[in-house]
Write a protein that binds this ligand. Structure first.
Ligand code: DQA
Length: 146
């Protein structure tokens, strides 16, 4: 099974940005943590982070026929991006929406997710472990053998 882990704007600043909300782990160590977990589970993982909406749309489009599932933290684009929603709907690749912080207990504008309706699950507020729970959900959905 091949999964694509997509991260949106400012996730490259993990460890520096608002550590009280997002923790002290860096993006590099997040990638290592997810890679190690996927290796344990026999899942192949690829990673992409961008601060640009169109670049994320491009990656979702390129995932068609290549990846079995997507784990995506669209970050701020969660709350604004019809383009990411449309890209997910276009490729129809099963996707889990991940948020490090608990968006449901934050500002009103974070209560809206444009991508949620194209995702089969949302994981929020579990810190970076949320990415691992997203991998678990994909394994459960698609089965270990894929
Ligand atoms: C986030 C939550 C978003 O509201 C915010 O814009 C982010 C990160 C999270 O992981 O908790 O950049 O997606």
């Amino acid at each position: 099974m091949k999964i694509l882990v997509l991260n949106g704007p400012n996730i490259n600043m993990l460890g520096i940005r608002e550590p009280e909300l997002y923790g002290k782990e860096t993006y590099a160590s997040l990638v290592r943590k997810i890679s190690d977990y996927c290796a344990e589970k026999g899942v192949e993982a690829a990673f992409f982070q961008s601060n640009h909406e169109g670049a994320l749309v491009d990656e979702i489009q390129k995932a068609l026929g290549v990846f079995d599932a997507i784990v995506m933290n669209p970050a701020a684009y969660t709350h604004t991006s019809v383009a990411l929603l449309d890209a997910l709907k276009a490729v129809k690749i099963p996707c889990v929406e991940v948020h490090i912080s608990d968006v449901s207990s934050r500002e009103d504008f974070r209560q809206v997710s444009f991508v949620r309706s194209a995702c089969f699950k949302t994981v929020s507020g579990l810190g970076t472990d949320g990415y691992l729970r997203a991998v678990d959900a994909i394994i459960e959905l698609l089965g270990e053998e894929k």
